[in-house]
Design a protein around this ligand. Structure first.
Ligand code: SAM
Length: 280
C-alpha cells in the first residue's frame, strides 16, 4: 500500500495557530520534510513530537521531490511544512505535489495559517475577487511595469513585500494610483502586529523610517467602469504633452495609471494632436 503526502500549515507568529489535525499528522507521519529543519525542530519539540526531519528547500527541491515520491510509493506517509504559514505559498513544495499527482499518489491538504489570507481578511478591501502577486520585482522599473500590468484588474491585489523595499514600493504605487486604498499588514499574529490603512502616501507617512518586520501589502483594485472621466483624460494627455512626451509614451503612462487600453489612449492622443499638441 502506498503512503500519502500531507501539506501541513504552521503558525505565522502566534504559536497557538496550529490545528489539532496538523499536530496529529506531524506526530503520526513517518517523515517531516521541512524548509528549514532547525525551525521545524523547534516547533516539533514544543509539542513533544519526535518524527524524523529531512530538508526540502529551493536548492534541493528537484532531487528531494523524487526521493520523497519513492518513499511515499513505498508506503511512507510524509508531511511537508515550510518555516511559517502554508507550504507552497511563495515557499517550496509544488514540485513534490506535481510529482505525487503524476505518480498517482494521495495528497492530503490541511487548511491553516497563510499571511496573504489573513491580510486579505483584515484589510477592509473587497474580497470577492483577489489577485495574489507574490513578491514584486526589486528594482523600480520592473516593479512599476509589473504593477502597471495589473492596472485594469477589478480585484484586490495582494503582495508579499520585504520591509526594506516597502517604502519604495509604496512610492511607486503612490505615483501610479494616488487615490487607491492600500493596506500594510505588518507582523501578523505577532506581538507588534500593525495594520496601516489609507492611500500609499498615507502608509508611507505612517511607516516613516521603519524597515523591520514581515509585511503583506494589499491594494484596492481598479474601480468598476471608466477609471478616468473623458475630460480628465484629455487634460492628462495635454499635461504630458506639455512635458514633452509623444503619443506613444503618453499612452503607456496613462494606460498604466488608469487601466484604459493603451491603444485607446494612443488614439485619443493622436486625435487631440491634430488640433495642436501632443506630438507623435
Ligand atoms: N508560506 C507563507 C504563507 O503562507 O504566508 C509565506 C512565505 S513567504 C516566503 C514569506 C513572506 O510572507 C514574508 O516575506 C511576508 O511578506 C509574508 N509573511 C509571512 N509571515 C508574515 C506575518 N506574520 N505578517 C505579515 N506578513 C507575513
Amino acid at each position: 500500500m502506498t503512503g500519502t503526502l500531507h501539506l501541513v500549515p504552521t503558525p505565522l507568529g502566534n504559536p497557538e495557530d496550529i490545528t489539532l489535525r496538523a499536530l496529529r499528522v506531524l506526530r503520526e507521519v513517518d517523515l517531516v520534510a521541512a524548509e528549514d529543519t532547525r525551525v521545524t525542530a523547534v516547533l516539533l519539540r514544543a509539542h513533544d513530537i519526535r518524527t524524523p526531519l529531512v530538508s526540502y528547500h529551493d536548492h534541493n527541491e528537484v532531487a528531494r521531490a523524487a526521493e520523497l515520491v519513492e518513499r511515499i510509493r513505498g508506503g511512507a506517509n510524509v508531511a511537508l511544512v515550510s518555516d511559517a504559514g502554508t507550504p507552497l505559498v511563495n515557499d517550496p513544495g509544488w514540485r513534490v505535489v506535481r510529482a505525487c499527482i503524476d505518480a498517482g499518489l494521495a495528497i492530503d491538504v490541511l487548511p491553516g495559517a497563510c499571511a496573504a489570507i489573513v491580510g486579505l481578511a483584515g484589510a477592509g478591501l473587497p474580497v470577492d475577487r483577489f489577485y495574489f502577486g507574490g513578491f514584486l520585482p526589486r528594482d523600480e522599473g520592473p516593479r512599476r511595469e509589473a504593477l502597471a500590468e495589473l492596472a485594469g484588474l477589478h480585484a484586490t491585489l495582494i503582495f508579499y513585500e520585504s520591509p526594506v523595499r516597502l517604502g519604495a514600493t509604496l512610492d511607486t504605487i503612490a505615483a501610479l494610483w494616488p487615490a487607491r486604498a492600500v493596506c500594510v499588514a505588518r507582523n501578523l499574529t505577532k506581538a507588534y502586529e500593525q495594520w496601516i490603512r489609507g492611500t500609499a502616501q498615507d502608509a508611507r507617512a505612517t511607516l516613516g523610517d521603519e524597515t523591520r518586520g514581515e509585511v503583506v501589502l494589499l491594494v484596492g483594485g481598479a474601480p468598476e467602469g471608466p477609471t478616468i472621466a473623458p475630460d480628465a483624460l484629455d487634460a492628462a494627455i495635454a499635461r504630458l504633452s506639455d512635458e514633452g512626451l509623444g503619443a506613444r509614451d503618453i499612452a503607456s503612462q496613462l494606460a498604466a495609471a488608469t487601466g484604459l487600453p493603451r491603444r485607446e489612449v494612443y488614439q485619443r492622443a493622436l486625435a487631440l494632436s491634430r488640433s495642436g499638441p501632443p506630438r507623435t
